[in-house]
Design a binder for this molecule. Structure first.
Ligand code: OSB
Ligand code: MG
Length: 368
């Protein structure tokens, strides 16, 4: 591979319904799409999952846009690359900014798979022909509303239900869902809204037979998460806290949790997502693939990584219609029972829907 051209698009895709987490509420997926052109004419796509506001981690869309446009993509142009894993050497002088690196790594993997005439899932070493979905539900106005929303998703076929929680909107919400659906695979995701002083409250969640609690404490708190995991029975799942293979090693050593939500974007790409799962699996830590309310591009790539056998739990990967009236891919990602089927075509598995994309694009930049 030799990348000779890149196109960046700033895109706002309207959400069907607003999504609320412990720190923000959004009504559109505001993203950056990356298109890379190889010298042989093959085109690959990636997505910057960073949100408009840096509430999830320190990255944000306009920062990623500038970094990619002015520093990373110019560095990439003209480099000879034989495998996407080599990308990290090129960006060795750029610290963190994993979501920008992930967009590039995913686009390189898409090109690599297309050139090998393989679905991305197979190029990555994935073996499953379909991946298990789960739904992530934003904070609702009261527990009764949440129960109604959960019921709707269970009826659509989702098996695993994740509810966003924050202090004051936690136990009562999850308890209402548990009472209504005693058998559901239920979990909460706090996006780092709790502190050590909340351990008593978090311990109460042990009553609810949750399959896990995701990222209760702050991103840097591997030690506090380890203390919490020793205090509660519910498995702790780390999201924000694991950004690299090195974090994974430390989490395992400290016992900071029993599960990792691997987000391709957060860890800097498909290459690292693969490595983290491997190390985790070798050490008895279970994995699943998380999401960032992604457009169809990043979700198609999430489907691919989730076909690796070590992604053992249902994922935050839902069909296009769960998020958007109109996605920017063609065909849309659709639900088949409780699964999403892997497309048997080379690369990430879908084309872009150029009509929708054009309508949602705010700004374009080209790098040569
Ligand atoms: O923590 O997993 C998270 C959405 C925004 C910010 C953080 C998170 C989420 C999700 C969405 O849970 C999952 C999805 O894309 O369906
Ligand atoms: Mg999370």
């Amino acid at each position: 591979m030799k990348i000779i051209k890149a196109v960046l698009r700033k895109v706002d895709i309207p959400l069907r319904a607003p999504f609320e987490t412990s720190f923000t509420r959004m009504d559109a997926k505001k993203t950056v799409l990356l298109e890379l052109h190889d010298a042989d004419g093959t085109v690959g796509y990636g997505e910057v999952s960073a949100f408009e506001i840096p509430f999830y981690n320190e990255e944000f869309r306009n920062g990623a846009w500038e970094l990619l446009r002015t520093q990373m993509l110019p560095k990439l142009m003209g480099q000879e690359i034989s495998h996407p894993d080599e990308m990290y050497k090129i960006f060795a002088g750029i610290r963190r900014n994993n979501m920008s690196k992930s967009a590039v790594n995913c686009a390189l993997w898409d090109i690599y798979a297309k050139q090998a005439d393989q679905p991305l899932a197979r190029a990555l070493g994935g073996t499953k022909s379909r991946v298990e979905t789960g739904v992530s539900i934003g904070i609702q106005k009261d527990p009764e509303t949440l129960v109604k929303v959960v019921n709707g998703y269970l009826e659509q076929g989702y098996r695993r239900i994740k509810c966003k929680i924050k202090p004051g909107k936690d136990y009562d919400y999850l308890a209402a869902v548990r009472a209504a659906f005693p058998e559901a695979m239920l979990m909460g995701d706090a996006n780092s809204a709790y502190r050590r002083t909340d351990f008593d409250m978090l311990k109460k969640l042990d009553d609810l037979n949750l399959i896990m609690i995701e990222q209760p404490l702050e991103p840097g708190d591997l030690i506090d998460h380890a203390d919490l995991q020793r205090t509660i029975k519910t498995p702790v799942c780390l999201d924000e806290s694991v950004t690299s293979l090195d974090d994974t090693r430390k989490m395992i050593r400290l016992g900071s949790g029993r599960i990792i939500n691997i987000k391709v974007a957060r860890v800097g790409g498909l290459t690292v997502a693969k490595q983290i799962q491997q190390l985790a699996s070798e050490n008895g830590v279970e994995c699943w693939c998380g999401g960032m309310i992604d457009s169809g591009v990043a979700r198609a790539e999430n489907v691919a990584i989730a076909t690796l056998p070590g992604y053992t739990l249902p994922n935050d990967i839902a069909p296009s219609q769960r998020y958007f009236e109109r996605d920017i891919i063609d065909p849309d990602i659709v639900l088949d029972g409780t699964f999403i089927d892997v497309m048997d075509v080379p690369g990430m598995g879908c084309k872009l829907n150029m009509d929708n994309l054009q309508e949602f694009t705010l700004e374009t930049a080209m790098i040569k």
